[in-house]
Design a protein around this ligand. Structure first.
Ligand SMILES: Cc1cc2nc3c(=O)[nH]c(=O)nc-3n(C[C@H](O)[C@H](O)[C@H](O)COP(=O)(O)O)c2cc1C
Length: 195
């Protein structure tokens, strides 16, 4: 099973990246997922994303995202939504490119006023790409950076419960029950979790 973390802060080694890694570990623990996760830090690709020339590093990152079974998409909250860097990267994907992917949206933010942005703005972006988003998004507030464990564990438990329901509904080879999207036989998001 491929678990990919996509961190979309223009600054390298950001707190968003650190919290996203911890969130992925919490999900793996709570859901009993085998293996670890790969991290794509978009800060390292930012300059190449706006160039016309083909970039193997960008293509490789896009392919990792397309092939992910579980994709944690983490961005700092910018202007009440997510970063332009995330949008520029995801705009390179084709229509329904994430139809085999279960996505977990996550925003890091300073003020609680924007907590709903994760489900009002980031989740629809992932749905537009065909991803399934069975769990609530995580709005991670800066004051919780000092002690992130309780917030992450509580969210990870909800994610694990949602993933468990997907797996329970899935029968190998059947179309996914949690998405109207047609996917390759035997590789719907739910069947991947069930196997
Ligand atoms: C350009 C810019 C816009 C921001 N807009 C918001 C915002 O609308 N709401 C919010 O809560 N925080 C906003 N912030 C704060 C960041 O989301 C917040 O500090 C986040 O924790 C940054 O994560 P980082 O430490 O990984 O950079 C903004 C920061 C920047 C640089």
């Amino acid at each position: 099973m491929s678990f990919v973390v996509l961190a979309a802060n223009p600054r390298p080694q950001s707190r968003t990246l650190q919290i996203a890694r911890l969130a992925a570990e919490a999900v793996s623990r709570a859901a009993g997922l085998p293996g670890g996760h790969q991290v794509i830090d978009l800060s390292g690709l930012a300059r190449r994303l706006l160039l016309d020339e083909p970039s193997p590093a960008v293509e490789d990152a896009l392919e990792q995202v397309r092939q992910a079974d579980l994709l944690l998409v983490a961005s700092p909250t910018y202007k009440g939504t997510y970063t332009g860097l995330l949008k520029v990267f995801l705009d390179r994907l084709d229509y329904q490119a994430l139809s085999s992917v279960i996505a977990l949206p996550m925003l890091v933010m300073r003020v609680p006023n924007h907590a709903l942005a994760v489900d009002l703005h980031l989740r629809p972006l992932l749905l537009e790409l065909g991803a399934s988003t069975p769990a609530p998004g995580l709005a991670f507030l800066e004051p919780d950076l000092a002690e992130p464990g309780p917030v992450l564990d509580s969210w990870a438990a909800r994610v694990a419960a949602a993933l468990g329901r997907c797996a329970a509904l899935a029968a190998p080879g059947e179309p996914t029950p949690d998405s109207a999207t047609t996917t390759a036989p035997g590789r719907s998001p739910a069947t991947v979790l069930a196997t």
